[in-house]
Design a protein around this ligand. Structure first.
Ligand code: SF4
Ligand code: SF4
Length: 99
């Protein structure tokens, strides 16, 4: 009982250890690899990103011109970003909103 009271008294003056998520969101570190995104207007559908992806998360077709990523398969390694000849892929520093 004495320990509990002492803990209560100690914690009364302290800041809350938790945030009121989702109203207060934590600022992410600048190195966070949140999710892969594409500027589709720049894409030439060459398929280099698809070939380089270690988890087969990207699917590119030339005819019709489509580009898609499976975010559940993507491990956010950034290899596709490195090989894209048009620099149209980027890793955004934020997580995708949950459905
Ligand atoms: S490597 Fe770049 S240009 Fe080529 S298909 Fe992928 S995103 Fe498009
Ligand atoms: S970031 Fe890595 S795992 Fe994700 S799509 Fe690109 S190459 Fe594939």
């Amino acid at each position: 009982m004495a320990t509990m009271l002492s803990n209560i008294m100690k914690n009364l003056g302290r800041k809350a250890a938790t945030r009121l998520y989702p109203f207060e969101k934590r600022e992410l570190p600048t190195t966070t690899r949140g999710h892969l995104d594409i500027e589709i207007d720049k894409c030439i559908f060459c398929g280099a990103c698809q070939k380089r992806c270690p988890t087969n998360a990207i699917n590119v077709t030339r005819d019709p011109k489509t580009w898609a990523v499976n975010h559940y398969a993507c491990i956010v390694c950034g290899y596709c970003v490195e090989v894209c000849p048009k620099d149209c892929l980027l890793l955004r520093n934020e997580h995708l909103p949950q459905p």
